[in-house]
Design a protein around this ligand. Sequence first.
Ligand SMILES: [Zn+2]
Length: 205
Amino acid sequence: MCQAVLQDPAFFGFLLHIDQDHAASVRALGCAFCNGPLHVGDFARKPRGGPGSALVDIIRISFCCGHCRLRCTPASVRFLGRRVYWGAVVLLATALCSGLNLRRGQQLTEQLGVPTLTLLRWRQWWLSGFTGTAVWQELRGRLLPPLAATDLPAGLLQRVVAADAPAAMAMILRWLAPLSTFTEGRQVRHQLTQKMALARVVGAV
Ligand SMILES: [Zn+2]
């Protein structure tokens, strides 16, 4: 897969539409804590590695509850947590550098503008940090034949069935999206805590 997609504003526009659709469904549910209305509370990021902020939207979609003021930032296919690079760069750059010799790795670093040490850190995260997440636990159960952790993330790109490179990238970024936020997950955890508390109460009666 070619890294040209990382310089394509249309690709980032495509990802933005996915984020907007998901954010709209999160907003429609209202605040998970108090059912209050979710108001727009977007903020700007300064993501590196893409086409540049003049060509693509760099706003992180986020909401703030109109009653309890708690923030809810929906999962995103564009931003991978607090990383300063676009999620697509973290995915594709690490996939392209795996198994490369040093010279080719340096060429890639120059083309993508990602320092070698950063690429190595991402590689380590895929091997250890990512494999400890619930996203990977669920994903690997669906991949047949099984995908070795050492083949991450290039193996994901080889396995995905999609019409073209942008669609393949988007599909994987959808899988990774739960890693992009704590606050949408916090709602789920809160609801689980409520259910557990209720179960304890019911059990006590
Ligand atoms: Zn609320």
